[in-house]
Design a protein around this ligand. Sequence first.
Ligand SMILES: C[S@@+](CC[C@H](N)C(=O)[O-])C[C@H]1O[C@@H](n2cnc3c(N)ncnc32)[C@H](O)[C@@H]1O
Length: 324
Amino acid sequence: MRGLEFGIHCPVWCIRFQLQDQGCNQGEVSKEAAQDAKPWGRKNEKCREGPPRLTCSLPDICLPFSTEILRQEPFTGGDDYQADFDPKAYLRHYKFGEDTFGEDYLNFSLKHYCKTFTSGVVTGDTLIDIGSGPAIHQLLSACESFKEIIASDYTYRNHQELEKWLKNEPGAFDWTPVVKYVCELEGNRYRDWKKQIVLKCDVHKSNPMDPVILPPADCLVSSLCLEGACKDLTTYRIALKNISSLLKPGGHLVLSGVLGCSFYMVGPKRFSSLVLGEEFLREALSDTGFIIQEFEVLIRDDNTDDSCDFSGKFFILARKEEAI
Ligand SMILES: C[S@@+](CC[C@H](N)C(=O)[O-])C[C@H]1O[C@@H](n2cnc3c(N)ncnc32)[C@H](O)[C@@H]1O
């Protein structure tokens, strides 16, 4: 994309305008960026909201701006994940009883995973989890419904952390409280929790599992991954298409994450998150050939945990359209 980028740093947010030198591209800026947007500025007017006071000098087609997309952190990409994503620090979010963002997210998502995977509808031979990180909570309810479960992540350290848990090695994260909670939710179904294999994955590749070629799966799960991995909404759409290529026509996508989130902390390291809105997700999924079957949103009702600035959590169940 040929484009100009103006970055204005202010104490609170890093504000970025991305515009193309041939005039703004509706798809890039106006339509997607204005998702859930409040009008922010008009051509040659002082902007009415947001931290900086600026005069907009863009063609009318670009407006209205969204305060949401302007709230962008400096992007942390694959190299940052390899260097600075500490699995142990991340897993601290997933300790029950500590009132963390992770605990809040678990309470929301585990109920939805339970409902989805005990319904008898989302089932099959293979499930692939995209961007598992060092976590397995997103796979617990699915263990009974799929013969094979493939976890995947970009970083080697996350692979190691998962392997440690799978092989019962010393120092592995203790998932017992989470497992017990899922058992209670499901009425104590027995299942083999530790049947995952772990692969390298990059959602920016057209085959995210490259060089491995997998047969198309019956189900894809992805939790809190794409918003961390993608620097803008266009990249998000492409990544969605890439991961969708791993799924059979008629297969299910179970996508969960956070809305309105621009960063999250992993220990002392701040990672950027792409600010997502419901409208954008609906449109991106539909454009990628998914039929949304469930779209649950829970708006944040606390402001206690400052390790992440999300405004809500989402859980989506979608079905990939059958090939015509
Ligand atoms: C916030 S963590 C989510 C982990 C886990 N799915 C969960 O729900 O807690 C984001 C994960 O995305 C992974 N990731 C970042 N860039 C990626 C990429 N290009 N392809 C695949 N995974 C990526 C990171 O390594 C990290 O483990």
